[in-house]
Ligand binder design. Structure first.
Ligand SMILES: O=C(O)CCC(=O)C(=O)O
Ligand SMILES: [Fe+2]
Length: 297
């Protein structure tokens, strides 16, 4: 008798959390520990949040403008977004992306998309504060290190990603860590992988959940604390073109320091110190990874 051995690629299941009445709750204390160590976890999509307008926008933003000048669903490749320091980017991987600061959503995006993003911004803020709790960051320091995330005076933006499967011989999105404190990702398909114990590992999708990444600003802040946070290295490998499957979409909410601020770090005695100018840090990081830093920042 022969036994068929099905080689299955090892998938990783991320720890899970929910936000209830504005407070982040991990499924267990073990999930909280693992989330900080991995720098990634799943966050339940609240029952009253319908993300479909956001995913629909991922499938139209790059299309040529057709409607009147007021059509904010399309035409973002050519738009220019003069008010934004970020805007549209045709990247060297499969992704073309639109990045817009939160104070510009109302101006440039369809109303129903702005509504979804605002709700996700609230959720991301509650989640950030929950991770600060888990990492032991004193409440009185949070305004300073985030530049006022609660008042929306830090840097908050959305990234809208279209994975162009027609472009072959390039990654979906190249490996990177996110630069800020936190990124909440909503996607319609698997593909997200993290570097885990030295191996690129696909992450199992958890239905009804966002993926949350913790970034460089968190890693720097907590490096010398008893519970250091990892800035998760992540990527999406090249996605094949498939007539039966629409191109992969994702959109995110990012929160980090403003580029005119400092990154901070606790020393071994727990004293908060300036670490590095965040813009200089970002330019240096872009240089190491071989890409151009936003020319308008
Ligand atoms: O699309 C994804 O799953 C990840 C996107 C991402 O890493 C980013 O926008 O920084
Ligand atoms: Fe990312």
């Amino acid at each position: 008798m022969t036994t068929d051995v099905v080689e299955e690629e090892a998938h990783l299941t991320l720890p899970a959390a929910t936000v209830e009445a504005g407070r982040l709750r991990f499924a267990s204390p073990g999930d909280a520990d693992q989330a900080l160590r991995l720098g990634a976890f799943n966050l339940a999509v609240p029952e009253d949040l319908d993300v479909s307008a956001g995913l629909a926008f991922c499938r139209t933003f790059y299309q040529p403008a057709t409607g009147g000048p007021g059509d904010r669903h399309r035409g973002h490749r050519e738009h220019g977004h003069p008010e934004s320091k970020l805007g549209y980017e045709d990247r060297p991987d499969q992704v073309e992306q639109l990045q817009l600061e939160s104070f510009l959503w109302q101006r440039y995006l369809p109303d129903e998309v702005t509504a979804v993003l605002r709700r996700m911004r609230e959720l991301t803020l509650d989640t950030l504060y929950g991770v600060f709790d888990a990492a032991g960051i004193p409440e009185e320091d949070r305004e300073l290190v985030t530049g006022g995330a609660r008042q929306d005076t830090g840097l908050c933006y959305t990234t809208v990603n279209h994975y162009r499967t027609g472009l072959s011989d390039r990654a979906g999105i190249v490996e990177h860590s996110d630069s800020g404190f936190i990124t909440t990702i909503c996607t319609d398909q698997p593909g997200y992988e993290i570097l885990h114990e030295g191996r690129w590992t696909p992450v199992r999708e958890r239905a009804g959940h966002f993926t949350v990444n913790l970034g460089d600003a968190f890693r720097v802040l907590t490096r010398k604390l008893p519970r250091p946070v990892t800035a998760v290295y992540h990527r999406v490998p090249e996605l094949p073109s498939d007539a039966d499957t629409p191109d992969r979409s994702s959109f995110t909410i990012y929160m980090g320091p403003r580029y005119d601020m400092f990154l901070y770090q606790y020393d071994t005695e727990g004293r908060l110190r300036r670490f590095q100018d965040f813009r200089a840090f970002s330019v240096e990081k872009a240089g190491k990874l071989g890409y151009e830093f936003h020319s308008r920042v």
